[in-house]
Design a protein around this ligand. Structure first.
Ligand code: AYL
Length: 543
């Protein structure tokens, strides 16, 4: 295959070299240049760390994980934190100790957390004081004792009984740095992160991302953006959750590596968000489409109340051209960019190029990334030329090695030649701009978060009155999509839609609720092998 034949598309940028060092070393590569500046500050408490303090706290945490808890490669540490200035310390400290980090959504229920702890085999947990009870419950469900360290966000917060004080593990007093052991046979190909994604089908799976995957993606993004826009003078409002690959790679690690300051907020509250833009002078803002809509509609927000804002980057779900235009009318001094990516690609796969005005496009391939469009009829995996739609497939140093312990999923997720299938429908034009036109995979995206239908279907099937269920997404004005269920009751049973919705709401994180409603049917449309016909569902039951 060659790009000249139109089989696949290459990046317009010069290739990057893969850093080939452990991820913490990559992030701290230049930290001496800005060690006295603030690395992260909490917009609620003003609690902050300089780069030097953060670097030292990470090393101290690494030493204690190894010496006090005997954690070493290939052990997994789970982080279940909202966005706090301590998030990067927990992450980079664990990585320095040679561990793999799995990031857990802090709004998960004990069941959801327990599932991730079991799949990942996590041996240590980092959480908050307020989240401790949930984490203990999750640990009980897993059936083994998992030590839980908690971050105290103020002096008033008392350490719960049975919890370990995170600040004692990161304290630089009496640390013997020489005790830190670099794992034998450590390689930048080792797994550094294990986030979860449902990919093109089924339940969430552990995505094996290596040191090189993440540092390559940081390099790829930086090589594709003008440096005068970035650099250490910038502040990023840390509003996108760091547990999700978008917040983790693009906001937290990439920008700390460039000496930028993170102004973190534990959850999205309008006042905190606005403070990150005025008091804390947010200048680069990564967001998801619902936050862009919030900014368009909020009467108190304008370019005047966000005077430092100059770059806005939207990703994780589609945004309409009309909304981008409305945004730019209200924030005329900003550059609006889009990104497209997926957890399986660390995540960035497409980025808006300089001077772009085509807001319907999610951009061009960043450095060292290749893509092809494979016709949907599926028999021919060769790529097609411009303006023909098909499944977007990508290749590059940011693409995962595969899902953990799941050969079956890995088989269907890659085409020969290491081409990762995205499950998204796209085309590119003569300028190399890509357009995402549809999603063929079953995944539902609510506010940019993954909602795997299979997960909700499993919850529904556990309901004593339910025989069968199928879940799909319907359009939602603010959140992008909302999950809707069709349900077949067991013979003779009666139930209300409210009852079913409430049952699900009790068992899942709030954004997975059946906001799109419940419809009772006699039969779920399936193909002869028993696979749910989701296209048909969407067509039949979306009104
Ligand atoms: P996951 N437009 C349309 N759909 C999108 C877009 C976009 N700009 N970005 C992501 N998606 C959908 O794993 C698409 O269906 O990662 C894709 O397969 O939670 C799926 O979301 C992947 O969902 C960045 C940095 C985007 C991060 C990301 C998103 C990572 C989301 C751009 O610069």
């Amino acid at each position: 295959y060659s790009p000249e034949d139109g089989y696949y598309k290459t990046s317009p940028f010069d290739p990057v070299t893969v850093p080939n060092v452990p991820l913490h070393e990559y992030v701290w590569r230049d930290f001496k240049k800005w060690e006295r500046r603030t690395a992260a500050v909490c917009v609620i408490t003003d609690r902050q760390y300089t780069f030097a303090q953060m670097r030292d706290a990470c090393a101290a945490f690494a030493v204690r994980l190894q010496t006090k808890f005997n954690l070493h490669k290939p052990d997994v540490l789970a982080i279940c934190l909202p966005n706090l200035p301590e998030y990067p310390i927990a992450t980079l400290g664990a990585i320095e100790a040679g561990l793999t980090v799995t990031t857990v959504n802090p709004v998960y229920t004990p069941d959801e957390i327990a599932r991730q702890l079991t799949f990942s085999g996590a041996k240590f947990l980092v959480g908050t004081v307020s989240g401790f009870a949930t984490l203990s419950q999750a640990s009980k469900l897993v059936g083994r004792q998992i030590p839980i360290a908690v971050v105290r966000t103020s002096a008033e917060e008392v350490l719960p009984e049975g919890a370990i004080d995170f600040s004692e593990l990161t304290s630089t007093q009496n640390v013997r740095y020489d005790d830190l052991k670099v794992p034998k046979e450590a390689s930048a190909e080792d797994m550094v992160f294990l986030p979860f994604s449902s990919g093109t089908t089924g339940l969430p799976k552990g995505v094996m991302l290596s040191h090189n995957n993440i540092s390559s993606n940081c390099e790829q993004v930086q090589a594709s953006l003008p440096m005068d826009l970035l650099g250490p003078q910038n502040t990023l409002p840390g509003v996108l959750p760091f547990f999700h690959i978008y917040g983790l790679t693009v906001v937290m690690l990439s920008k700390l590596g460039q000496g930028c300051r993170l102004a973190t907020m534990p959850c999205f509250k309008p006042d905190d968000f606005m403070r990150s833009l005025d008091k804390y002078q947010g200048s680069i803002l990564n967001l998801v489409p619902p936050i862009a809509l919030f900014m368009i509609n909020h009467p108190k927000l304008s370019q005047e109340t966000a005077p430092h804002l100059k770059v806005v980057m939207s990703g994780a779900a589609p945004i309409g051209q009309h909304d981008v235009e409305r945004f730019l009318n209200k924030f005329p001094n900003t550059v609006f960019k889009q990104g497209y990516g997926m957890t399986e690609a660390s995540p960035v796969v497409l980025l808006t190029p300089e001077g772009n005005k085509v807001y319907a496009s999610t951009g061009v391939l960043p450095a060292s990334t290749e893509a092809k469009i494979v016709p949907l009829d599926g028999n021919d995996v060769k790529g097609v030329g411009p303006r023909t739609t098909g499944e977007l497939c990508v290749r590059g140093p940011q693409v995962m090695a595969g899902y953990l312990n799941n050969d079956e999923a890995n088989q269907v997720t890659f085409y020969p030649g290491n081409w990762l299938r995205s499950g998204d429908v796209a085309f590119y034009d003569e300028d190399g701009l890509f357009y995402i036109t549809d999603r063929m995979k079953e995944l539902i995206k609510v506010k940019g978060f993954q909602v795997p239908p299979a997960e909700l279907e499993a919850v529904l099937r556990d309901h004593p009155k339910i025989l069968e269920a199928a879940v799909f997404g319907i359009p939602h004005e603010l959140n992008g999509e909302a999950p809707r269920a069709i349900v077949v009751l067991r013979p003779g049973e009666k139930a209300s839609a409210e009852e079913i919705s409430a049952y699900v709401a009790e068992r899942v994180a709030h954004y997975k609720k059946l906001e799109g409603g419940v419809i009772f049917v006699d039969e779920v449309p399936k193909n002869p092998t028993g696979k749910i016909l989701r296209r048909e569902l969407k067509e039949k039951f979306s009104d």
